[in-house]
Design a protein around this ligand. Structure first.
Ligand code: FAD
Length: 388
């Protein structure tokens, strides 16, 4: 009996260069050796092992698509394929890499001074220093323009007050990129951990993205030198440009979560016998598997198309919204459907689909909810901004 892998159904690999295929395989091997054997335990314990950070640094995926400062400088497609394989392991792992590379490192790389870049980027690329990105606040999620965190001048220094909520890596980071209102509009600041007045708390009792640390940041009269401000970032456009980078990784990453769920399910369905034959031999099961494989293939094609646009320097934010909206929504539907095919076994951590589905509940919400991306597309189509 020959079995075709879901992504081979339409031969996605034929659209990749040798180098892209190699990067994908290297990351897949890393996930198979270092992540898959342990990830259910991390998920159950609600933790992400810090020791993995230097390993990810050695793998070259931290700030992978950035040039210089110890970063690999790969194409956007290669970075996306790495995200795909990382998220096939767990969305928490891909979130760690996205936040480190596309949010924390990218904000410093793009908007930081040369001194800030030299200080942080090489150590962050090596996984020796961990970063986080604080935009969301308890009262302002989809609407960050109205954030309350404030930075005011005191001589040559800045004094920051406010709080940030739902910050990936927040309570384990060595440095936080914190966005705050100033009299000149929104600006970004680098806040090293242990700065007096800066405290963090890990958010507990999550049902989703459990193999990832999510934290709350509190800034209480935090005094920073003038050199802590990111000189190139002025206005909300700066943090939004960082989010566009991270969302791009999600467009690919969500394909990985769905792929792993579907592979697990096809294998299970071929081995689980009911009524004297494998459940994979029933037409209803095959109908579900075929629909999911078709959806997965179209999501992968969309991701690849957007990756090629990004590498050509032509991608637009609303196109990333199309990718995030479609691919995460479909990945979540696939992971849930897969869970059902696994029957009772599907509700345990022995199998990946429900873990992926639970994780994707966060992925649907963060980096712009489905509703906001829908309205971004609506605005592009009609010219009317319906969400503000
Ligand atoms: P709200 O904005 O309150 O939205 C609630 C609901 O209302 C949603 O369904 C939303 O779509 C809907 N809604 C809101 N406005 C509109 C509108 N105009 N029209 C229609 N519907 C609307 N943030 C960071 O800054 N850094 C991080 O590292 C980070 N990591 C995260 C990790 C996790 C696990 C999670 C869950 C979140 C993380 N976030 C992070 C925060 C995330 O970006 C926000 O949760 C998200 O932007 C939504 O904000 P909110 O939770 O306040 O929901």
């Amino acid at each position: 009996m020959t079995v075709t892998d879901p992504l081979d159904l339409i031969d996605i690999d034929s659209l990749l260069s040798d180098e892209e295929r190699q990067i994908r395989e290297t990351v897949a091997r890393f996930v198979a050796d270092h992540v898959r054997p342990h990830v259910a335990d991390w998920f159950e314990a609600g933790t992400f092992p810090r020791e993995l950070a230097p390993e990810l640094g050695k793998l070259g995926v931290l700030g992978m698509h950035l040039e210089g400062y110890g970063c690999a400088g790969t194409s956007a497609v290669a970075y996306g394929l790495a995200c795909l394989e990382l998220e096939a392991g767990d969305s928490g792992l891909r979130s760690f890499v996205s936040v480190q590379g596309s949010l924390a490192m990218f904000s410093i790389w793009k908007y930081g001074s040369e001194e800030q870049r030299q200080e942080w980027l090489p150590r962050m690329a090596a996984g020796e220093a961990i970063g986080c990105f604080g935009l969301t606040e308890p009262d302002f999620g989809s609407d960050p323009a109205n954030m309350r965190t404030r930075a005011v001048r005191d001589g040559g220094d800045w004094i920051l007050n406010g709080s940030k909520m739902w910050i990936t890596n927040g309570s384990v980071a060595d440095v936080a990129t914190v966005w705050a209102q100033t009299e000149d509009g929104i600006r970004g600041f680098l806040v090293p951990k242990d700065t007096p007045g800066f405290t963090t708390r890990t958010i507990k009792r999550k049902l989703s993205l459990r193999a990832s640390i999510t934290g709350e940041l509190a800034l209480d009269d935090v005094r920073l030198p003038g050199s802590a401000m990111l000189p190139g970032a002025a206005g909300l456009g700066a943090p939004l440009s960082c989010l566009s980078e991270a969302r791009f990784g999600i467009v690919f990453g969500s394909v990985g979560a769905a792929l792993d769920a579907l592979r697990t399910t096809i294998d299970y369905a071929n081995n689980r016998v009911q009524f004297g034959k494998p459940i994979a031999a029933f037409q209803l099961t095959q109908g579900k598997l075929a629909d999911m494989a078709v959806d997965l293939g179209t999501s992968a094609l969309l991701a690849l198309h957007l990756g090629r646009l990004k590498d050509a320097g032509r991608i637009k934010p609303h196109q990333i919204s199309v990718g995030k909206l479609n691919n995460v929504r479909r990945a979540l539907a696939i992971a849930r459907e897969c869970r059902g095919i696994l029957g009772g076994s599907g509700i345990t951590l022995e199998y990946s689909p429900l873990r992926h589905a639970n994780n994707l509940e966060s992925v649907v919400t963060y980096e712009g909810t489905s509703e906001i991306h829908t309205l971004v597309i609506g605005q592009t189509l009609t010219g009317h901004a319906a969400y503000r």
